[in-house]
Design a binder for this molecule. Structure first.
Ligand SMILES: Cc1cc2nc3c(=O)[nH]c(=O)nc-3n(C[C@H](O)[C@H](O)[C@H](O)COP(=O)(O)OP(=O)(O)OC[C@H]3O[C@@H](n4cnc5c(N)ncnc54)[C@H](O)[C@@H]3O)c2cc1C
Length: 427
């Protein structure tokens, strides 16, 4: 640990934090992946800001009373203090370097912040295989690649685990007699990747990507150069483009039942969509909500037969077919009305509700890439049987790649193929 970071206990808190000038405090825990992701950022920032701001670490499990008194309920949590007063934002979970810097800069003068920014030294790292994205596809590639003794780095904008880490239960991943929680499945895959020697850069911002020269800059401070790049960035929920959707995201508009269904205990929820995700997630939401209204543009559901049968037999679920949402309306603190259009008569009607979940398909995560990649007509990356793209030494795997079925098993299969191909080519 850097000499500029001090580990303290609650007994020293008053002296070291409250009676000091500028302080950042990291409440951390052991066996905490987001704490591990934060540690290297905290350390490197202490080297830059350590003469102006005190960098303090407090082990949360052994200083619970203090943590609770400060409202700290999870690890890691970063708190910023100026002359004993808490200032700025409270940061927790997958904490980004840019957010820490923003808060550190509140503690010092503008001129000093500028000087420190200019003094920043950028670093360079070389590796054999650089994997962008730490979902099931990227983690599997990482495991195979590291086991083939290739120096492997996985870079993820978020914490590793991909979409599956927020999937409530996975029923179809081989090897588990009972369904396993998506979070646990991905925790196990991530730990396996770490144990095989994969290096991680998690919860980072991608500054630029140069696929032709196989290099990527992260957080504006580290350039990673590789012999091969694997794109495993997955896909994200497609937006409807309906009025109120983006404005009220997080205020009654959600794309993740596992994350948000628990907030709708005994409430009425509208689900938009009729495919697999929409129906499976609607069934999950019925564990909490008293009523779920599914609004679907077609005259029947597109989900698999089993899910359809369960949904049609569920007394909490109502269906409004051949309707599309036209506006989400927020009268109080959350969205409480959905304006829908009947596609047959073009009449509008309002559904009163307590929240909305949107499951309207997915889009590949390719915003950070330039337009040199060849894509299929749906915007996914074209690959050959070895998962190679049109750019030399660049592979694409998992949900971001053009293919018919997007599942965890198909993602891990793609990851396997790419990594074995690469290890043979680098032999
Ligand atoms: C609601 C829901 C339920 C599902 N349930 C199941 C199920 O039960 N069984 C099943 O088999 N499949 C299920 N799936 C499908 C499954 O989740 C996907 O097929 C699988 O996650 C694809 O893995 P992936 O690694 O390709 O992508 P993802 O899991 O999407 O992971 C991509 C990763 O890349 C990161 N990333 C994004 N952009 C960048 C960037 N520019 N640079 C670096 N990192 C980046 C993301 O943060 C993410 O961690 C479900 C999907 C959804 C949406």
């Amino acid at each position: 640990m850097s000499e500029k970071i001090k580990n303290i206990t609650s007994k020293e808190f008053e002296e070291e934090v409250l009676k000091s000038g500028n302080v950042v405090v990291d409440f951390y825990s052991t066996e905490c992946p987001p704490c591990e992701a934060l540690a290297s950022k905290f350390e490197s920032l202490s080297e830059v800001y350590g003469d102006d701001v005190k960098f303090i670490k407090i082990f949360r499990q052994e200083n619970k009373e203090l943590a609770v008194s400060l409202g700290v309920t999870g690890s890691p949590t970063l708190l910023f203090f100026k002359n004993g007063e808490m200032v700025g934002e409270r940061l927790s979970g997958g904490i980004k370097r840019a957010d820490i810097v923003k808060n550190l800069e509140l503690l010092i003068s503008k001129e000093r912040a500028e000087t420190l920014k200019n003094s920043l030294k950028k670093s360079e790292t070389n590796c054999d295989v650089l994997i962008l994205g730490g979902g099931p596809a990227g983690l599997t590639s990482g495991i195979y690649s590291a086991q083939a003794k290739l120096n492997t780095i996985i870079v993820d904008k978020d914490l590793p685990g991909g979409q599956v880490k927020v999937t409530h239960m996975v029923w179809n991943y081989p090897g588990y007699e009972e369904p396993i929680s998506g979070y646990m499945l991905m925790h196990n895959m991530t730990e396996q990747a770490k144990a095989t020697g994969v290096n991680f850069r998690s919860a980072v911002d991608i500054t630029w990507i140069d696929l032709v020269n196989k290099s990527v800059e992260i957080d504006g401070v580290e350039t990673i150069r590789a012999k091969k790049i694997i794109i495993a960035t997955g896909s994200s929920p497609r937006k409807l483009g309906v009025k109120g959707e983006l404005e009220y995201k997080g205020q009654g508009i959600s794309y993740c039942a596992t994350c948000d269904a628990k907030f709708y205990e005994g409430k009425h929820v509208v689900v938009i969509g009729g495919g697999n995700s929409a129906i499976e997630e609607a069934l999950f939401i019925t564990k909490f909500a008293s009523k779920v209204t599914i609004v679907h543009q077609f005259d029947k559901l597109q989900a698999n037969k089993v899910a359809q049968e369960k949904a049609l037999a569920n007394p909490k679920i109502e269906f409004i077919f051949e309707h599309e949402p036209r506006e989400f309306v927020k009268n109080g603190s959350v969205v409480n009305e959905v304006l829908v259009e009947d596609l047959r008569t073009h009449e509008y009607k309002t559904i009163n509700c307590d929240g909305v979940f949107i499951f309207a398909g997915m889009m590949p995560n390719l915003d950070d890439f330039d337009n040199r990649l060849t894509l299929d007509k749906w915007g996914y990356v074209n690959v050959d049987a070895n998962m190679k793209t049109n750019i030399d030494d660049v592979f694409a795997i998992g949900d971001v790649a053009g293919k018919q079925f997007r599942q965890i098993t198909t993602a891990v299969a793609d990851g396997t193929v790419a990594a074995i191909t690469i290890s043979k080519e680098l032999e």
